[in-house]
Design a protein around this ligand. Structure first.
Ligand code: PMP
Length: 433
């Protein structure tokens, strides 16, 4: 009857009160009541390994973050029109983690606001309006960034000044050089802008291409395209909402994996471990044309409580060695999934870095037809066995695996075991191991 007790009724009330825009995960929706570390618990006390949540990145209900939030909430929470030593200290600390040239930061509540602000800053700095994004990108929910989020599909028309470039497709274009492909596509987009009389402003890119299907490799392949955008007068906006804050293990920021030096960096989700805090950092000279003319105030952006959470998140990442953990556990996870792939050739590709893994499924062994239905069945089958994940990519055929950074090798082994079980049960009798 759905989640928890009396859940059918709760689902009906939910739909009636919230309306149709809110989607639920899973054929059998989950009502979660508690979280701890990499685990979530439903109303019946059943534990689920969270292999999807990159918000509670240092672990659900982390005691250190919770204590910082409680302490600050019991003291003061106000906004950036008063001087706040905690905000200044956090901004300095965050900038210390970014490349030296990126030396100023503005705080928002969501990644969408951060990207919206970034595009306005980029436009003021470059005098252009043309934006390049990847074909299945998601950059947020404001009017401006919805137009730069083609993954939203037909309901969210492309912005008038937005051009798209394809993500790599190692399965269907094997042997292609992702750097050369992307460079050619970016040149094509820049040419199209010129024909349309639009000046380039920004290449807005999530360097792990998460909604495009997790395209992490080869590290460095984004660099030539970024240089082409710069040569045409645009800037790089590195959207770190997904890869940022140590998730990829090999680097604290995703753009570092590609050797990039962005003019603007946006960040969000894991920044406050669930508290609403996001940000846009930029080089001072890039920020100046916008910031010196447009007054920007974000009532809740950079409030004391969210900043306290964000500072505690940095403490935990450092003190618990979570970047190193992401690297080690992520490597074990990919090795394990590749072993599953050896027995189940419908697992056609395993990609990723650190605790950000893409597992691409195809419809049948040897085929390159996307395994869209299979992926949906796998996600729901894993959910029924207590492991939470979801899909991404143009056909929804790639599992997007992103457990909290505190996940252990045992958790990775559990993911692998359950994935193997579900694939063995699909579509018919178990295959010999
Ligand atoms: N950029 C990327 C790459 C994202 O994945 C998301 C959220 N899924 C956003 C921006 C928007 O962030 P928010 O939901 O906090 O507005």
């Amino acid at each position: 009857d759905g989640p928890g007790t009396g859940a059918g009724d709760l689902l009906r009330r939910r739909a009636a009160a919230l309306g149709p825009a809110y989607r639920l995960f899973y054929r059998e929706p989950l009502e979660l009541v508690r979280g701890s570390g990499a685990y979530l618990y439903d109303a019946d006390g059943r534990a689920y390994l969270d292999a999807y949540n990159n918000v509670a990145s240092v672990g659900h209900a982390h005691p250190r973050v919770a204590a910082a939030v409680a302490r600050q909430a019991a003291t003061l929470s106000t906004h950036t029109r008063y001087v706040d030593a905690g905000l200044v200290a956090y901004a300095e600390r965050l900038l210390g983690l970014l490349p030296p040239a990126v030396d100023q930061v503005m705080l928002t509540c969501t990644g969408s606001e951060a990207n919206d602000l970034a595009l306005r800053v980029a436009a003021a700095a470059t005098g252009g309006t043309g934006v390049i994004v990847t074909e299945e990108a998601y950059h947020g929910n404001t009017a401006l960034v919805t137009g730069a989020s083609p993954s939203l599909g037909r309901g969210a028309p492309r912005g008038e000044h937005v051009w798209t470039v394809p993500a790599p497709d190692p399965l269907r274009r094997p042997g292609a050089d992702p750097a050369a492909e992307l460079l050619a596509a970016v040149h094509g987009a820049l040419d199209a802008m010129a024909v349309a009389g639009v000046r380039p402003s920004a290449f807005l890119v999530d360097s792990i291409l998460s909604s495009d299907g997790v395209h992490s490799h080869p590290a460095g392949y984004l660099a030539p395209a970024v240089e082409a955008v710069r040569a045409a007068g645009g800037v790089l906006v590195a959207d770190e909402v997904q890869p940022g804050f140590a998730r990829t293990g090999s680097a604290f920021w995703g753009f570092e994996r590609h050797g990039l030096d962005p003019e603007i960096v946006t960040m969000g989700k894991p920044m406050g471990n669930g508290l609403p805090i996001a940000g846009m950092a930029a080089r001072a000279a890039v920020l100046e044309p916008f910031a010196s003319t447009v007054p920007y105030f974000n009532t809740f952006g950079g409030n004391h409580v969210s900043v306290a959470a964000a500072a505690a998140v940095l403490d935990v990442i450092e003190e618990e060695g979570l970047q190193e953990n992401a690297a080690r556990v992520g490597a074990a996870l990919r090795t394990g999934v590749r072993e599953v792939a050896a027995h189940h050739p419908v697992v056609a590709d395993v990609r990723g870095d650190g605790l950000f893994v893409g597992v691409e499924l195809v419809a049948a062994e040897g085929s390159t037809e996307p395994g869209t239905e299979l992926a949906a069945d796998v996600v729901n089958g894993m959910r029924d066995r207590g492991v939470l994940t979801s899909v991404c990519g143009p056909w929804g055929s790639t599992l997007k695996v992103r457990p909290p950074l505190v996940a252990t090798e045992r958790d990775a082994a559990r993911f692998v075991e359950v994935l193997g079980e579900v694939l063995s049960a699909y579509p018919g009798p178990p295959r010999p191991a």
